[in-house]
Write a protein that binds this ligand. Structure first.
Ligand code: FES
Length: 154
């Protein structure tokens, strides 16, 4: 009986802490950032990708992006990402992968960090660099693809 009481007290403390963390998250981040960070749908590595890049941000965090192109080789059919970074970097990786899909390589290169930040309904100033890391990694993956095409032409 006493043990059961301790367990339910412990559960209540854990639930309270969880609630506090979630409230704090909501004051710092938009609902979109929280949703993208918690339920990313574009996570993963690809075997034999059509384009790939791995970059490290100034914070030391890593971002990888993989591209799969459609038959014409001009449009991104699928983009995935992997990061070991913060929650916002997961949100940025997931959103940039979504934004790149169905775009031509040219159009995807033109996605700016500000576009990504807007799609996430904003980022706190201390996490703006996470958006730059995601955009730079996407551009690098596209550059990698172009390099492969040029090599094939030679
Ligand atoms: Fe380094 Fe977000 S990517 S803190």
């Amino acid at each position: 009986m006493e043990h059961q009481q301790e367990v339910s007290d412990f559960d209540r403390v854990v639930a309270d802490i969880q609630k506090q963390v979630e409230e704090q998250e909501r004051t710092l981040f938009s609902a979109k950032v929280i949703e993208q960070a918690r339920y990313p749908v574009n996570v993963g590595r690809m075997d034999d990708p059509d384009g790939h890049a791995i970059l490290w941000g100034s914070c030391g965090d890593m971002m990888e992006i993989y591209l799969r192109l459609n038959g014409s080789g001009k449009t991104i059919e699928k983009a995935t990402f992997v990061t070991n970074g913060c929650g916002p970097s997961v949100a940025c990786g997931n959103m940039i992968a979504t934004m790149a899909q169905e775009k031509t390589l040219e159009a995807a290169t033109q996605i700016e960090p500000e576009d990504l930040i807007a799609a996430l309904d904003g980022l706190p100033p201390e996490h703006v660099h996470c958006a730059y890391l995601a955009v730079d990694t996407l551009r690098e993956a596209i550059a990698h693809r172009r390099m492969m095409d040029e090599t094939d032409e030679v």
